[in-house]
Design a protein around this ligand. Structure first.
Ligand SMILES: [Zn+2]
Length: 196
C-alpha cells in the first residue's frame, strides 16, 4: 500500500482500509475542528475501537504518545505515535440527529452518526446502533464536581495526531458538522487524512 492523502470537506466523511503496521495522520487543517474517528477489525467487524476499554486500560482521559487505543476485546487497535495537541475525547458519543433535536431543537441535522454509517456501508459494515468514537481534537472538560462541558478545541491550523494500526482495520472519519456549540469553535472546517 503506497501513501495516500485525502481532504475531508467540512461536515463530510471518509472511509478507508488501513493495514497492520501502517500509519494514519489526522490533521486539523484550519484549527478547532473535531474528527470523530472509528475503526473496526477488517477481518471481524464485531470487534471495534472502544474508548471505554481504552479509558479502563490507560487509566486516563488524556492519552499521549506511546499509549495504546484498545478494542472491545481489550486488544491493541492503535498506538499513538505523535500528537501536537494533547487533548482528545474518549467520553462522548457521536452527534446524531436526535442530539440536535434534544440539545438545539433542530430537525434532520447532518451528523457524525449518519456520516460514519455512510462511510462504513461502503465496506459492508452495517449501521451501528450508536457510535462512541475516539473524538480527535475534541476538548471535553470534566470538573472536580463531575460536571462535563465541551470547550473549543486546543488544536490550531496544521495540528495532527499519528496512529499506527496494530491490526488490519476499516476506519471511518467524520468532520463533525456541529456549528451550534464550542465543539468545533462554532464553525465547521475540513480534516486531512494521510496514510503511509
Ligand atoms: Zn459530530
Amino acid at each position: 500500500m503506497s501513501s495516500q492523502h485525502w481532504l475531508i470537506p467540512a461536515t463530510e466523511e471518509l472511509g478507508f482500509k488501513l493495514l497492520k503496521g501502517h500509519i494514519v495522520r489526522i490533521t486539523d487543517v484550519e484549527g478547532e475542528q473535531v474528527a470523530d474517528f472509528v475503526a473496526f477489525n477488517a477481518n471481524d467487524p464485531s470487534e471495534r475501537l472502544d474508548p471505554g476499554v481504552t479509558l479502563d486500560t490507560v487509566r486516563s482521559k488524556n492519552v499521549t504518545p506511546g499509549d495504546i487505543i484498545y478494542s472491545t476485546r481489550y486488544r491493541p487497535v492503535f498506538t499513538i505515535l505523535s500528537d501536537t495537541v494533547g487533548r482528545h475525547d474518549l467520553l462522548l458519543p457521536a452527534c446524531r440527529p436526535e442530539m440536535y433535536e434534544v440539545l438545539y431543537d433542530k430537525k434532520d441535522h447532518i451528523s457524525c452518526y449518519d456520516n460514519l454509517n455512510h462511510a462504513l456501508a461502503a465496506f459492508g459494515i452495517p449501521a451501528a446502533d450508536q457510535h462512541t468514537p475516539f473524538n480527535l481534537f475534541m476538548n471535553t472538560v470534566v470538573d472536580a464536581d463531575g460536571s462535563v462541558r465541551v470547550e473549543r478545541p486546543l488544536s490550531r491550523a496544521g495540528d495532527y495526531i499519528e496512529l499506527r494500526a496494530e491490526m488490519d482495520l476499516i476506519v471511518a472519519v467524520s468532520a463533525c458538522p456541529c456549528a451550534e456549540s464550542a465543539c468545533n469553535g462554532y464553525t465547521c472546517t475540513s480534516i486531512a487524512i494521510d496514510i503511509r
